[in-house]
Ligand binder design. Structure first.
Ligand SMILES: Nc1ncnc2c1ncn2[C@@H]1O[C@H](COP(=O)(O)OP(=O)(O)O)[C@@H](O)[C@H]1O
Ligand SMILES: [Mg+2]
Length: 313
């Protein structure tokens, strides 16, 4: 295979881990490791465990490609380990990762930066299960999870909040109770300092919203790229994605999720739900699809991400 002309030669791909998004991360990691090998890098994939600092201290790679999702990998923890070991790494740094992972705190920052968000409150699961904290329809979701894990849509005709929340095995921590924004599901990637295009996601018939099944099951959703919205709104969403990325201090690639209620009887509201600092990186994930639309192969995207790696992010 051709050898790279980049800054780095030996790359460790961090994947797996022990978050609820472990399986998705293993898929992202395998795809990125394969692409890096194909590009001529020396690649060591690691299924991350709690001994990761010791392993990296021995391996001493030139850089780490972070393909982790969720807790520990996306929330600033692994980024802190890499800063401590002085190993350049991809995607966002400690602070931006921690802020983005906490949807409630991220929303405070978005608001201050002029990025609109849905009204909501933070509650314990006991409070959220006891009775409606706002008139339905609303959404209940963990403050710090991803991949739609633990997300509930409480419909207009539901008398009670979901009682699954009271189960002892429900372990997702505090919750965000947020007004349901109807209409379209849109997502926009940011690469460095520029926005890529916007995908509209249509969950398959019968699926509630963009839930775990819609995200990962075959035929769970349909993507429309570029999203069919007016050019003004399109540009505005791209600007909001860059503003949200910058407001949190993100680096490398990120992806912002939006809802836009442009239904005839809708509210016209446009809100940013969250910024993903470690967006999915399987060959069929949203960011690779957006990069392809901008003319970048999966390999070129992966190379760009890894060559952007550094410390002090
Ligand atoms: N306020 C909301 N209004 C409507 N749908 C929502 C709202 N919050 C979340 N959702 C739905 O749940 C999905 C997951 O929520 P999101 O905030 O993106 O968290 P994550 O992707 O990290 O699980 C969204 O893609 C959307 O379909
Ligand atoms: Mg999301």
């Amino acid at each position: 295979m051709s050898s790279t002309t980049g800054k780095f030669h030996h790359i460790t791909v961090l994947m797996g881990g022990w978050s609820s998004e472990r399986d998705v991360s293993l898929r992202s990691g395998a795809a990125c490791a394969g692409a890096l090998e194909h590009l001529g890098y020396r690649v060591t994939p690691i299924d991350v465990n709690r001994d990761i600092a010791d392993r990296l201290a021995v391996l001493k790679p030139d850089a780490c490609f972070n393909a982790l999702h969720g807790k520990w990998g996306e929330d600033g923890c692994i980024q802190g380990v890499l800063e401590t070991l002085e190993i350049p790494y991809t995607h966002s740094g400690v602070l931006a990762s921690a802020l983005a992972m906490d949807k409630a705190r991220a929303k405070v920052i978005f608001k201050a930066a002029g990025v609109p968000v849905a009204d909501g409150i933070v509650a314990s699961r006991e409070e959220a299960a006891r009775g409606h904290l706002m008139p339905p329809p609303y959404v209940i979701k963990p403050v710090s999870e991803g991949s739609s894990v633990g997300v509930y849509l409480v419909r207009e005709d539901q008398e009670h909040p979901p009682q699954e929340l009271t189960r002892p095995d429900w372990t997702y921590g505090d919750l965000l109770v947020e007004r349901y924004i109807g209409g379209r599901e849109l997502t926009c990637a940011v690469m460095g300092d520029r926005a890529l295009d916007i995908i509209e996601i249509l969950p398959a018939d019968g699926l509630n919203f963009y839930d775990y099944e819609a995200k990962y099951a075959k035929g769970g959703s349909r993507h429309i790229l570029p999203a069919q919205i007016s050019p003004d709104i399109y540009k505005f969403i791209q600007k909001l994605a860059v503003d949200a990325h910058n407001a949190l201090g993100c680096r490398g690639v990120s992806r912002a999720d939006f809802r836009f209620d442009d239904r005839p009887a809708g509210t016209g509201e446009l809100v940013c739900l969250e910024v993903n600092t470690q967006p999915g990186m399987t060959a069929t994930s949203l960011v690779p699809e957006l990069a392809a639309h901008a003319g970048l192969t999966f390999g070129e995207l992966v190379r760009w991400i890894v060559e952007d790696a550094s410390c002090s992010r």
